[in-house]
Ligand binder design. Structure first.
Ligand SMILES: Nc1nc(=O)c2c([nH]1)NC[C@@H]1CN(c3ccc(C(=O)N[C@@H](CCC(=O)O)C(=O)O)cc3)CN21
Ligand SMILES: CC(C)C(=O)C(=O)O
Ligand SMILES: [Mg+2]
Length: 266
């Protein structure tokens, strides 16, 4: 199957037309190739590689060099597919630092970079966009802040925190973010933010009403044996091949069969 380049314009158009966007993480060339061939719309080189590739217990130790290496690997397999790379922990604490790190990720083959956080990133996002670097924002559960949060928990359950998250989403869109990942928030908040912003929202544990869905590849292959978050679903367990698992993920996101309330938070 031919791979077609999904650009940010394609994702925008999908939101406008109500076509659900499917996305997975990948960390190497072979998996990147297989999943894009099976219809997954874009790939994230996630700093979750700290967990699933390196065997660490958080994303905090992941380095710029790690992200550059895996982005290069993914780029070679992803052909023309759209690739986003995570900026690692504490590599975007000032705008200037962010510019240097983002440049390395773009030169490694990313089409966009992703940063975790709200209001405090407004200037950084404006500066990146002005300099030619597209930005994906990330709100809700921020795994790089696990040591502040004290664990991986659903975010935005209280009305005030939910309103705050919506306001941050609006501020980041205004600053120039072109995509928004929402992680581990109640389905009602995922829906509300998706309706209020004009950029596509990609949910992981954010309910069925975001514009798209993303999962960590290992989780959707049933490989994360220690602990599987509520939002994960095993697409390989039913039997079949890796290709079948990627294709059924893309199809079930497209049709709305995934996620159900079973994979969502109240
Ligand atoms: N393999 C893997 N999958 C991921 O989704 C993932 C990573 N690694 N590493 C980085 C972050 C960490 N993530 C996590 C990790 C744990 C939960 C979790 O335990 N969630 C609870 C919520 C409990 C609650 O507050 O109600 C759950 O039961 O789903 C969620 C996201 C998401 N990311
Ligand atoms: C879970 C996704 C959104 C992510 O940031 C990652 O894989 O690192
Ligand atoms: Mg990440």
């Amino acid at each position: 199957m031919a791979t077609t380049k999904t650009s940010i314009a394609t994702l925008q158009k999908m939101k406008r037309e109500g076509a659900k966007i499917s996305s997975l993480t990948a960390y190497d060339s072979s998996f990147a190739k297989l999943m894009t061939e099976q219809g997954v719309d874009f790939i994230l080189v996630g700093d979750s590689l700290g967990n699933v590739v390196q065997g660490r217990d958080s994303t905090v130790p992941v380095t710029i060099d790690d992200m550059v290496y895996h982005t290069q690997c993914v780029r070679r397999g992803a052909n023309n597919a759209f690739v986003i790379a995570d900026m690692p922990f504490m590599t975007y604490s000032t705008p200037e630092q962010a510019y240097e790190v983002a440049a390395r990720l773009m030169q490694a083959g990313a089409n966009m970079v992703k940063l975790e956080g709200g209001q405090w990133l407004v200037e950084t996002i404006e500066g990146l966009k002005t300099r030619g670097i597209p930005v994906c924002a990330h709100l809700g559960l921020l795994p790089q802040s696990v040591n502040v949060l004290g664990g991986y928990k659903v975010q935005g359950k209280e009305q005030q925190q939910a309103d705050d998250t919506l306001n941050q989403a609006l501020a980041l869109e205004k600053a120039g973010a072109q995509l928004l990942v929402l992680e581990c928030v109640p389905a009602s908040l995922g829906k509300r933010i998706t309706e209020q912003v004009s950029i596509p929202t990609i949910g992981i544990g954010a309910g069925a009403d975001t514009d798209g869905q993303i999962l960590v590849m290992h989780d959707m292959l049933g490989m994360n044996s220690d602990y599987l978050p509520k939002f994960a679903k095993d697409f390989l367990g039913q039997g079949g091949s890796l290709a079948d698992a990627f294709r059924s993920f893309a199809e079930q996101v497209r049709s709305g069969e995934f996620p159900t309330s079973e994979h969502s938070y109240k």
